[in-house]
Each structure stands twice: as C-alpha cells, then as structure tokens.
Design a protein around this ligand. Structure first.
Ligand code: FAD
Length: 590
C-alpha cells in the first residue's frame, strides 16, 4: 500500500554518516535515503535474514496472524545456522533433560550464564559481561524454545544432553541438544548423510530445513537474493521504523513494515572495517570466515540500525579471548579452513569455495611459518581454550573458587599468529603450513585440486625450499618470503628433530624432518568465526538507541544482537522466537 504525501511530512534522512564511514560496495547507495512515496511491497512484519534466528522469528509472527516477508540476501536460506554443527545448548528444564533425569531450571540457567566467577584456562571470563536482562529473557524462554523446535519438525538425537560442541564452561548441568541431520541434503556435500547415521549425526541442516518447511507451510513469503541495504525511519533519530530498502540483483525494492522490522542478519565477522572496531589486527587476510561463502556475516544489520541511531552492546564479549570468535584452522591449502566445516565437491557453493582443503590429523607433520618464512609458535598448541562445559571441576555456582581452581594455560597459538612480522602494520599476514612428500604420505593427502586451491594462490609446490619461497606470491603476502631465511628455518627445525627437542617454541618432541621433495606451502591462516557483540536489545529484543530508548518498530536477535556471550544456536533460535512474538504484537500502522 502506498503512503500518502502527508504521511511523509516528517520523513527524512534515515541511513547516514555511520553507513558512509563503514561503506562497502553494497552499502554505497544507502547513505541518505528519503522515505519512499510509494512502497513496492508491504507486510506486517519484515524479517531480515533466514538463519537460525530469522526463521523462528518469521514463523512465530506468521502463526500469530501477521503477514510476514522474510528477506534473504543469498540464493539460499539458512545462513550460518544451516552450516552449523546443530549442537543447540538450550536448557532450563527441556523435556529431553527431564527424560534423562537432568534437573535444570530457568533460574539455574540464568545464574550459570551470569556467573562472574567462571573463567577459561587463560583467565578470560565467559559470562561476567553478559547483560542480565537479555540473559533472563533467554533463561525463561530456553526450554520452551526446545519444545517449539520439536513441534516445528526438528528431530533431536535421542540421547542425554551433553556438553559436546559449543557449550562453554561453567554449566551446572548438561544442556547441549543435537539436531539430527535426518534425510536432508547437506549444504556441505550436496548429499544426504549416510542412512546409518542420519538419526544420530548432529547437523544444522537438520535444524534449518524443517524450519524452512514450517515457514512455507505457515505462509511466510521468503524472498531470496533480497539484501537489505538500509532502514527507513520517520526521522533520522526519532520516530518509528517504517520499512527497509532492499537490493534485488541490482534492482532497488522498498518494503514497508506496518508493525516491525526484525534484524536477524547474523554477525559482522566478514566485514573487515566492522570487525576491526573490536580488534585492529583482523585485517583483510583473515578471509576464510567460518560459514563463508555460504552466507556473509557482513554486519549490515548493525550498520543499518546504527545509521538510524541504534547502539552497540556488550563489546567485551567480542574482544575477550574465549570461545570461537577466532580459531586455529583445521584444514590447510584452501581459503576456508574452519575445523568443523569442510566443503566438498557437490556443495551448492563449491564454485565459490574452490577447494576442500587438507584436513590435518597430526600437527607434527608440518611447521607453520609467517610471511618472512619464520616459525612463531608450537604448531601443536591449541587456540585460546578448550571451551568445554566440564573444564571447571568441581564447578561451584558463583564461587571465586572456580577462578582460583583454574590452572593457567598460556598455550595460545592465535596471538602468536596474529603478531605479524614487526613491519609496523596491523594484521599477522598469511600463515603457511610447510611440509614435504613424506608428510603427504603419512597424512594420506592428495595435494591436487579440488583438495587444494592452486589457482587462487592458497597452495604452492616446488622441488626445492628456495624455489617454494619464491613462488609464494598472492595478494595477502605483503612481502616476498626471503628464501635464505626460509631455508634456515627448515634446517633449524630439522635439527630439532635430530635432537628430539624444540629449543625455540617447545613443540613436544618434534618427530619428522622436512626433507623429501616436493615441498609444499599451504594456507593456514587463522579463521574468524562467532560474533558475540551486536545491537543493544532489551528483554523483548527491541533495539535500543544511544540514549537507552527503544527504537519503535525495530527488533534484533541472534548474532546481530549484543549482550550475550555464548556460541550461537540456542540464543539465536530463542531470541528469534522472542523477537517474532513481540514484533507481531505491535499495533499495525494505518
Ligand atoms: C561452521 C559453523 C558451525 C557452527 N556450529 C554451531 C553449533 O554446533 N552450535 C551452536 O550453538 N552454534 C554453532 N554455530 C554458530 C551458529 O550457527 C550461529 O551462531 C547462528 O547460526 C547465528 O544465527 P543468526 O540468525 O544470528 O545468523 P545466521 O544463521 O548466519 O543467519 C543470518 C542470515 O542473514 C542473511 N543476511 C545477512 N545480511 C543480510 C542482509 N543485509 N539482507 C538480507 N539477508 C541478510 C544471511 O545471508 C544469513 O542467511 C556454527 C557456525 C558455523 C559457521
């Protein structure tokens, strides 16, 4: 329905300076927008993003009687939710917890997720900076979200909840439920899982595909390749949110929301400028973000909301060194090396992925060097922490003994990798896994496409070490690798193998020399993953401005929302339901 002229008297600029500062090509046209005189489409509730939070928000709003448009920027639904491991840490007394005799309650869940005394082995606190209001809402809605998912077709592996996959430290009771992949084709491979494991294998495909079916059945209008570029607000810093500007394959579409807009766009990890607000080290070379290239986490939900006055929230949760915001790669030789996601030929996005990568079974089989060809750390060392709910034993609710009893563990591969080469520049630059033909045989790798990405410069081979160093030319290698330094690095490491001792970085008993040609250099640069800080929301998932006031008609949930440090799916699905419930309850604007 078109707005009348008089409705627009107060309409003005909506997306302004913030967007301009953070602009990238997609956002370039969204700096100053007048509210349109005529809308191309209208719905009661417009949800942006079809991932783990947006899909529940859309279903809830539609089932409550609102007309709903669900916008998805990619060609396919699901976002990181469908790429995920499907491990969903919902608690507070789910039917599955009860079935297996686990006593939990919303109060216990709330206390755990706000327990100041829980710290990781590197000393960083997981939950100290969680927003109490946001966590209370999660704790009260967590168990009902589990039942809601089941009622909407999600099958959970029939076993006792545990702590495997994503649950952080300090849970009083096990809460991790696992969505079974069932017969859904997986985005990772393009094929269903083997029938023998379909009911027992946890996967985000088993979470998102049933929700997609439910959304379509309920009558949610899902518009693929519709990327939100800006929000329309009555005036720049006051009034309701009226709708969204969308890019549909180059065509601009304006969509009016008569009740509310829900931002469910995921996090900000692929947006270099945005992520560097939290950590200046995270420059362009960290280009293998987990969940990419299936969907981008480009921060546009946050950027568009900030442009109309929204505040960010809980920023410590993004910079603290715990959990999965940054990870050590699990595969080498391809751009996308997240350890729990290996893209295979047959995946609908394999044309963008280009190579599966070589999965590293034993980090003794290689050394890691920086741009200058120098080792920087023990290759077998872990990333920040173990991120396991059982890490603190015994766990005492609210007790300083939790912190006191944690054994300090300084092993931290990531900070060394991001330290760089001392050239005064931000960012650690590429990290290369170096190995020889014997390592290839031990790992049973096939170092050819489509396993490795030679064409785009993420994998190199040569018959001598000097030649290999000279061949490493690609856009993120900002200095040539000095062949003599690289040769010395390998020679010194080989001497450590002879001596059975790594004098430089203490790698436990180095086992294998790098001596048999051909030699290989494979991309092994750290991977960016979770976003744990985003828009300021209240218990209803309403977005708040810099003065602490609600922005009428604007909601956010999942990784685009802030105040909640926990790995993804539980908070995303739960907040999606909360946002959808409150968005649909808004008064419909004439
Ligand atoms: C490989 C992998 C494994 C994981 N495993 C687990 C796990 O086992 N357990 C767990 O708890 N968490 C896991 N996570 C994290 C979890 O998947 C995410 O936290 C969760 O999906 C976040 O939900 P979301 O709705 O905020 O974002 P997403 O699920 O990413 O959905 C966001 C959607 O918004 C779309 N979008 C973005 N911008 C726009 C725009 N401007 N216009 C229109 N659409 C837009 C995106 O394309 C995407 O489809 C994993 C993540 C990855 C990548």
């Amino acid at each position: 329905m078109a707005l009348k002229r008089r409705d627009l008297l107060s309409a003005g600029v909506s997306a302004a300076a913030v967007a301009a500062n953070l602009a990238s090509p997609r956002m370039a046209d969204a700096q100053v927008l007048q509210v349109p005189a005529v809308w191309d489409r209208t719905a009661d509730v417009v949800v942006i993003g079809s991932g783990a939070s947006g899909m529940p928000a859309a279903i809830v709003a539609r089932e409550a009687g609102s007309s709903v448009i669900l916008l998805e920027g990619e060609k396919h639904i699901g976002g990181h939710g469908i790429c995920s491991g499907g491990n969903v840490p919902l608690g507070g007394g789910t039917s599955r917890q009860k079935k297996y005799g686990i006593e939990d309650s919303p109060d216990l869940l709330f206390r755990d997720l706000t327990d100041w005394s829980v710290v990781e082995p590197n000393g960083f606190p997981d939950y100290r900076y969680n927003d109490r209001e946001v966590i209370r809402a999660f704790a009260d809605n967590s168990a009902p979200t589990f039942e809601w998912l089941v009622a909407h077709g999600v099958v959970f592996v029939d076993k006792a909840p545990d702590g495997q996959g994503g649950t952080a430290v300090g849970n009083s009771v096990p809460r991790e439920h696992h969505a079974a992949v069932m017969g859904w084709p997986m985005v990772q491979t393009g094929k269903p899982a083997d029938p023998s494991v379909q009911a027992t294998m946890s996967s985000g495909n088993g979470l998102m595909r049933p929700l997609e079916v439910s959304a379509k059945k309920a009558g949610v209008a899902i518009l693929l390749e519709h990327r939100m570029t800006a929000l329309y607000r009555q005036s720049p810093n006051s009034g309701r949110i009226l709708g969204v500007a969308v890019d549909n394959k180059g065509k601009k579409v304006n969509i009016r929301a008569r009740k509310a807009v829900v931002i469910a766009t995921g996090g900000s990890s692929t947006n270099v400028n945005f992520r560097r607000m939290f950590d200046p080290r995270l420059t362009e070379e960290y280009c293998g973000v987990a969940g990419q290239p299936y969907s981008d986490q480009d921060g546009y939900g946050e950027i568009a909301a900030m442009a109309v006055g929204a505040s960010l929230w809980g920023l410590y949760n993004q910079t603290g060194e715990f959990g999965d915001p940054l990870t050590k790669p699990g595969t080498v030789g391809s751009q996308y090396g997240y350890r729990n996601l290996q893209w295979m030929p047959g995946s609908p996005v394999f044309d963008k992925v280009r190579a599966s990568g070589l999965k590293v079974a034993d980090w003794q089989n290689l050394i890691l060097v920086n741009m200058l060809g120098k080792r920087f750390y023990d290759e077998t060392a872990p990333q920040y922490t173990s991120n396991d709910y059982n890490s603190i034993r015994p766990y005492r609710q609210g007790s300083y003994l939790n912190a006191k009893n944690v054994k300090y563990d300084p092993s931290n591969f990531l900070n060394a990798a991001l330290a760089g080469i001392g050239d005064g520049r931000n960012g650690g630059g590429p990290i290369w896994a170096i190995f020889d033909a014997d390592a290839v045989a031990r790992e049973k790798w096939i170092p050819n496409p489509p396993n490795v990405d030679i064409a785009a410069g993420f994998f190199f081979t040569a018959d001598t070490l000097a030649e290999l160093a000279r061949k490493i030319v690609m856009k993120y290698q900002r200095v040539p690798m000095p062949a003599d330094v690289f040769e010395q690095t390998v020679a010194r490491y080989n001497s450590f193998v002879d001596a059975g001792k790594d004098d430089d970085f203490g790698k436990p008993k180095p086992l294998y020399k790098i001596a048999t040609p051909p030699f290989y250099a494979a991309w092994a640069t750290p991977v960016i993953h979770d976003t744990r800080a985003g828009l300021r929301i209240n218990a209803k998932c309403q977005v708040m401005d810099m003065n602490g006031h609600v922005i009428a008609g604007l909601y956010s949930c999942g990784e685009s929302a802030g105040g909640f440090s926990e790995h993804g799916l539980a908070r995303a699905t739960c907040q999606g339901r909360i946002a959808g419930t409150n968005a649909t309850a808004e008064r419909r604007q004439a």
